[in-house]
Design a binder for this molecule. Sequence first.
Ligand code: TXA
Ligand code: MG
Length: 318
Amino acid sequence: MIVPADPYHIAAAIEALRNGKLVALPTETVYGLACDATNGAAVADIFSAKGRPHFNPLIAHVSSVDMAARYVKIDPLSQILMEAFWPGPLTLVLPLIPDSPVHPLATAGLSTLAVRNPRGVFSDIIADFGRPVVAPSANRSGRVSPTNAAAVADELGGQVALIVDGGPATVGIESTIIKVSGEDIFLLRPGGLERAAIEMVAKRGLKQIDQRAAIEAPGMLKSHYAPEAPVRLNVDKVEAGEALLAFGSKRAHGYGEAAVILNLSPTGDMREAARNLFNYLKQLDRSDIVRIAVEPIPCQGLGEAINDRLLRAAAPRS
Ligand code: TXA
Ligand code: MG
């Protein structure tokens, strides 16, 4: 059931969290499927509702840096970044404090916990609830993330107690995930906070994790964020019957052949493109198209995260 983010329904959402239920909540990035991070049965329900593999850990959402400090050990550099960017689209992977009440299912048994303080009503809900809240994107595993309440209802409608409608997500792409290790900062997932913003505050470059090295960011499964239709990237010529996901003012050759065209940002604005990405992929994913063709999108700023998601949307499906 989709409900407005008014005081009555916010209280209902908090009550549902207390009772170990799943609720869908808005964040500035994408909608999350939320539950009490300390309740193992509720966390197990999240994995089954999403069809998510159990080795893929969840992000624990908190309402402040102080709250995070109750669950993870925060090094000075991570602290600076949290203070600079929270609340906002930045997730940090940090060592769990021994005897933390966060259920081990949430971390897939790892000794680290990913923490993030989202913007908006979700943060107020967590502050009131008083415990960390795990929330993966509110889609079935591997599929396009929902950026509005209706998209959540399409994906998981039957499986959540409540969907709190906070309007369309303002960032539209999941949080950036980093991990500080000694003097280095590793980028585990590009996302809604640009690399350059982090590098400026941290006064150093972000390092890439070696994708072959273990399961550092297990969510980096290759095929992910995938619509039903196949996806073809960097097109310079559209084929008949394709849906075109366009970008900027210059069209690919043969765009007249496209069954439908949506432009992520006619002016080439990366923020606008990120905000529209998942919604447009979903709209273009019609049964009468042969494929979704995507025009080239530069890798600058949020373009890094946009291209990351598109690469996974286009990856071979198993
Ligand atoms: O913007 C977001 O981050 C959204 C909203 C709802 O907050 N959440 C989100 O969650 O994108 P999810 O579950 O779809 O992605 C979480 C990612 C996964 O790639 C997972 O592997 C990684 O975080 N992750 C979680 N815990 C980790 C850990 N301890 N070490 C490394 N990666 C971790
Ligand atoms: Mg996800």
